[in-house]
Design a protein around this ligand. Structure first.
Ligand code: NAD
Length: 476
């Protein structure tokens, strides 16, 4: 399979290509992805620029029809797309199918939003004058996406971009070209005018950087790591582009003495280890109060050690491989650092299974303190640490002692503590008796502090990023 670039409605190969490797079975190469250069990116941007005015002027019905087509096809093919996703990224098949379905639902939601674009008419302070406040498309938007949600994240950027009348250039992650290509292929048959959507594969530091710096790009929406995001923010400030960044997390899950223990263990097991812990919203710091700490660690350890790790496509597997060798080395080296700093590491061994893949056992690091690197830096793997807290007040203070602020959870049966935590946790998303990961698609997504920058994604709040507000005065 060749994953080609899509420029002005044409599929284009490049002279160099990059293999798409199955992390569950490294002998399985899914295909070869184009490796675009800056000249390809230039042409994709000009194509988007040329097509932008036409799409900005398209009727809500025309936009609805396109988005509805894309959503319907993704939903109809969710099993096949989910399998492709799990094969190239390594999350389990049910998770892969669930993510594909989510992408379809997102397009369906934004199809509806095409028909719900409103403005305001206000009385003027001047006699006889009318004032209208409307939202206009931003123009050409560059979308840069990570590998860990290879279909849902492109979908949650592309769908609102198109719904609000923008033209798009997508630069997906190098490790997961298959899902980006499959989505682009569906979009190319949706009735969307040629050039409104373009896809360029390639290295982030080459084509991604070029997209960010290009003067014909009006806005950049990025999801990925903090260092990359920081560089993009600086570059966008220089060229005065609108920018939106969704980055890492070090998400706390507080477990209080009064929690339902089974529910807390299930929420932590899911939040920390599902999707191999490769979620920006993963529960990576488990902050447990004194009275329940030892029992919680014992029950969670047993549950974690019972997780079936293996080939993402096999039925019954609960945790797939790490996405690649680089990420696997990073996870294992964080466990070494945690042990050197005094943590007690349970699990986390490199696993050799029947097929050659990037497998490791899930890991829990106990007896940690919040200053340790394992509690301050994002690992992005199946690794969670446990912190002991005297009481709720100390647990909240530990939860907030982080440069990140994406998602924060609490397990408690106290309504008073839950309400206090919702109001005082320094995070963009707060979960009560639920894992820190796992969100709805029709409400805003995003964090505070070092996790996010700019307007929220998803739901009708996406209009804040993908439109510009225009105020018009008329004397009839
Ligand atoms: P990454 O920052 O390495 O790459 C993300 C994207 O940026 C890729 O497409 C990459 O090619 C591109 N890129 C790299 N350098 C670039 C540059 N100089 N200019 C422009 N683009 C460039 O991140 P990753 O390893 O793909 O993803 C993992 C990270 O993503 C984790 O930190 C995770 O927490 C974060 N993430 C955040 C969210 C969220 O919504 N907050 C969701 C998923 C993942």
């Amino acid at each position: 399979m060749d994953y080609k670039n899509l420029i002005a409605g044409s599929w284009e190969a490049t002279t160099e290509a990059r293999p798409n490797v199955n992390p569950s079975d490294t002998g399985d190469i899914l295909g070869q992805a184009a490796l675009g250069g800056t000249a390809d990116m230039d042409r994709a941007i000009s194509s988007a620029k040329a097509a932008a005015p036409g799409w900005a002027g398209a009727t809500p019905q025309a936009r609805f029809d396109v988005l509805d087509f894309i959503g319907s096809e993704i939903l109809a093919r969710k099993a096949e797309l989910g399998q492709l996703l799990s094969r190239e990224e390594g999350k389990t098949l049910p998770e892969g199918i669930g993510e594909a379905a989510r992408a379809g639902q997102i397009f369906k939601f934004f199809a509806g939003e095409c028909l719900r674009q409103t403005g305001d008419r206000l009385a003027s302070v001047r006699p006889g004058v009318e004032v209208d406040v409307t939202r206009a498309p931003v123009g050409v938007v560059g979308l840069i996406t990570p590998w860990n949600f290879p279909i849902a994240i492109p979908a949650w950027k592309i769908a609102p971009a198109l719904a609000y009348g923008n033209a798009v250039v997508l630069k997906p992650a190098e490790l997961t070209p298959g899902c980006a290509w499959a989505l682009a292929e569906i979009i190319s048959r949706s009735g969307l005018p040629e050039g409104v959507f373009n896809l360029i594969f390639g290295q982030g530091s080459v084509v991604g950087q070029h997209l960010v710096e290009h003067s014909d790009v009006d806005a950049i929406s990025f999801t990925g790591s903090v260092p990359t995001g920081r560089g993009i923010a600086v570059s966008c400030a220089q060229s005065m582009k609108k920018v939106q960044l969704e980055m890492g997390g070090k998400n706390p899950m507080v477990v209080l003495d009064d929690a339902d223990l089974d529910l807390a263990v299930e929420a932590c097991l899911n939040g920390a280890f599902y999707s191999t812990g490769q979620r920006c919203t993963a529960s990576s710091r488990l902050i447990v109060t004194e009275g329940v700490h030892d029992r919680f660690v014992a029950v969670l350890t047993a549950a974690m050690q019972g997780l079936r790790v293996g080939n993402a496509l096999e039925s019954g597997i609960q945790m797939g491989p790490v996405v690649d060798g680089h990420q696997l080395d990073q996870n294992l080296s964080y466990l070494q650092v945690a042990a050197q700093e005094g943590g007690k590491v349970i699990g986390g061994e490199r696993l050799s299974l029947e097929q050659e893949g990037f497998y490791m056992a899930p890991a829990l690091v106990t007896e940690t303190s919040n200053e340790m690197r394992i509690n301050q830096e994002e690992v992005f793997g199946p690794v969670a640490s446990v912190l002991r807290a005297r009481d709720y007040e100390e647990a909240l203070s530990l939860a907030n002692d982080s440069d990140f602020g994406l998602s924060a959870g609490i397990c408690t049966t106290s309504l008073k503590r839950a309400s206090h935590f919702k109001a005082n946790a320094e995070a963009g998303m707060v979960m009560v008796n639920l894992p820190t990961a796992g969100v709805d698609y029709h409400v805003p997504f995003g964090g505070t502090k070092g996790s996010s920058y700019g307007a929220r994604e998803q739901g009708s709040y996406a209009a804040e990023f993908y439109t510009r507000v225009k105020t018009a005065y008329t004397l009839p």
